[in-house]
Design a protein around this ligand. Structure first.
Ligand SMILES: [Zn+2]
Length: 177
């Protein structure tokens, strides 16, 4: 039963990722590749935040950080996959944070699982990804080595910066109480 899976430890990381996806205004010079950005979470999990994945939707990907495989050649898949019901539990936590999951895929017995959200990402973040997908304006490719991407990517307000702001705000709040 999914009710047995506790994903509460990931609330802080999800809240930061959602604030990055939906509430962070990116500069007009920002360029972001379409795989988005990720945060390290608790319990051997990492969470990736993809501004426009499947059908242009926001996709959140939960990954087992260190995947273990056994030595038995007949065994399939990882020894430590996502647990049964883990994606359902993430769906519940996201609902609690105000977001509707419209589709999930993978999950147990895989070591990765994805959740697509109903609401599109902040316009400015979508624009940063569109600038990436349009490619280097001078050389007309996304794989350009002229420094176009590195320069644009430096202007992105990253999810880690958003997460650090939340954490230091929480720490400061704790000191004042
Ligand atoms: Zn170029």
């Amino acid at each position: 039963m999914s009710a047995g899976v506790d994903v509460e430890a990931h609330r802080g990381v999800l809240r930061s990722g959602l604030a990055w996806l939906y509430d962070t205004e990116q500069p007009e010079t920002a360029i972001l590749q379409h795989h988005g950005e990720s945060l390290v979470s608790q319990d051997n999990r990492g969470v990736r935040f993809i501004p426009s994945g499947c059908s242009g939707r926001v996709v959140i990907v939960v990954d087992v950080t260190k995947v273990e495989y056994g030595t038995d050649p007949r065994a399939r898949g990882p020894l430590n996959p996502l647990t049964v019901g883990e994606l359902d539990a993430f769906t519940g936590l996201l609902a609690d944070l105000g977001h509707t999951v419209v589709h999930t895929w993978n999950g147990h017995p895989a070591a990765t699982g994805s959740l697509a959200l109903a609401e599109p990402a902040h316009r400015s973040l979508q624009a940063a990804v569109s600038r990436y997908l349009a490619g280097c304006p001078r050389h007309r490719t996304t794989l350009c080595r002229c420094g176009w991407y590195g320069e644009g990517n430096r202007h992105v307000i990253g999810v880690r910066a958003v997460h650090q702001n939340f954490q230091s705000a929480a720490a400061a709040g704790g000191l004042h109480e």
